[in-house]
Design a protein around this ligand. Structure first.
Ligand SMILES: [Zn+2]
Length: 407
């Protein structure tokens, strides 16, 4: 006997098995027509064709011949920030570049100054509606990074904010410590790096404030030498690692990530053919962020080449105030089809099973017995509408842990 049975599912599309889908496997998903799902204790207990169900359910919910998909997983956001970047948006529309704005003390420095003065309560109150917006677009798990702190104390406050938010929403929140801006002054850089390794990472590990440590590796950010010290320290404290890398230049970040067994390397707009093949031969997930390319008008990451090289590609919104004010995970999925050359099945794998792998989750991102019952009921009977529709969400209902979210 099951607690709950969902029936009337026109199409159910899911990856099978707990490992990430690589290369050509990304488009080999299971499509079940006329499906049903049984749910017990917040997890899927059975899934298959409705006509094959021969159990008994206490409650039956008929979704009315609509498509059902795994809840989307957004593996890369900076959803906690204070202030806004509307001035930057106007300046860029008038011709200023990202670097011009940064050099004039705007951009991320503005966000750091605004965020520094806020309490955890204030930050959580402004960030939660962003999580809810992502949930309305289909995200049932959202990774949230710190990174606008620029001091040990401010980073800890951001991570405590993320923990507070996790207790205030049913959307699953996965916290990441991001080592973001690198001081240009040599002594300040060394002091911050030493504080990160000597104080911040040990405290984050002790309090269980993050699952992974991420670092921004670029010419104007951290070097791969500093990143190696920081990521090695993170691993020694039992934390997974990730990198923001190959966004603008190739300064060794991607190779370092692959060598150290990073969960994911994220951005990759400047990833070369040789690097695509290296990712394809690794177990690291390639997370692409098409919202950045759209918002900044920069070249998109080579999604197609990564898939053809055998990589496991994931997609994130990179929700942040400066380079990707994209409040929709399903829109990121649709953009990856249009801008990064993925097909719709690959994009769905990238937003579900592969995004789960990018966060180290093995029981989410697919609809199989034993997995968490996180799923979407679309307004459409055809799942492809999710990546197709622009400026309009076709997500009708979002279920987390076997219960519908009130959105
Ligand atoms: Zn980012």
């Amino acid at each position: 006997m099951s607690e709950l049975l969902l029936t009337g599912i026109s199409q159910l599309v899911t990856a099978e098995g707990s490992s990430a889908r690589r290369g050509a496997e990304m488009s080999k998903l299971r499509i079940v027509t006329g499906a049903a799902i049984a749910i017990d204790g917040g997890r899927i207990s059975w899934m298959g064709r409705e006509q094959d169900w021969n159990g008994f359910a206490v409650e039956v919910v008929d979704v009315g011949q609509r498509a059902v998909l795994p809840g989307l997983i957004d593996p890369h956001t900076h959803a906690v920030w204070a202030g806004d970047r509307l001035g930057d948006f106007e300046a860029r529309a008038a011709g200023a570049t990202y670097e011009d704005i940064l050099a004039s003390g705007g951009g991320i420095w503005h966000t750091i100054r605004e965020t520094a003065g806020r309490s955890c309560e204030e930050m959580a109150a402004t960030a939660l509606p962003r999580i809810e917006a992502l949930a309305r677009s289909g995200a049932t798990t959202v990774e949230v990074k710190s990174g606008y702190g620029y001091s040990v104390e401010a980073e800890l406050r951001m991570l405590r904010t993320i923990r507070r938010m996790a207790g205030q929403t049913r959307v699953r929140i996965v916290p990441t410590l991001l080592i973001h801006i690198c001081p240009q002054d040599e002594a300040e850089r060394v002091a911050l790096r030493d504080a990160v390794c000597g104080e911040l990472i040990p405290e984050v590990a002790r309090e269980g404030l993050a699952r992974a440590v991420d670092i921004f590796v670029e010419q104007h950010a951290w070097s791969s030498t500093d990143a190696r010290m920081i990521l090695t320290c993170a691993k020694a404290h039992g934390l997974a690692i990730k990198l923001h890398t190959e966004q603008f230049q190739n300064v060794g970040g991607l190779e370092l990530g692959l060598e150290l067994g990073a969960l994911s390397v994220d951005h990759l707009e400047a990833c070369t053919e040789v690097q695509c093949r290296a990712v394809g031969e690794s177990t690291t997930i390639a997370t692409i962020l098409p919202g950045v390319s759209l918002h900044l008008g920069l070249p998109a990451a080579p999604g197609r080449r990564l898939v053809e090289a055998g990589a496991a590609v994931a997609i994130g919104t990179d929700l942040n105030p400066g380079s990707s004010p994209l409040f929709s995970t399903s829109a990121a999925m649709g953009l990856a089809v249009r801008m990064n050359g993925l097909n719709a099945l690959e994009a769905l794998a990238a937003c579900t099973i592969n995004a789960a792998a990018a966060l180290g989750l093995s029981d989410a991102g697919r609809l199989e017995a034993g997995c968490v019952a996180d799923l979407l009921v679309l307004a459409s009977d055809d799942w492809r509408d999710l990546a197709y529709a622009m400026g309009h969400s076709v997500v009708r209902d979002v279920w987390v842990g076997g219960r519908r979210l009130e959105l």
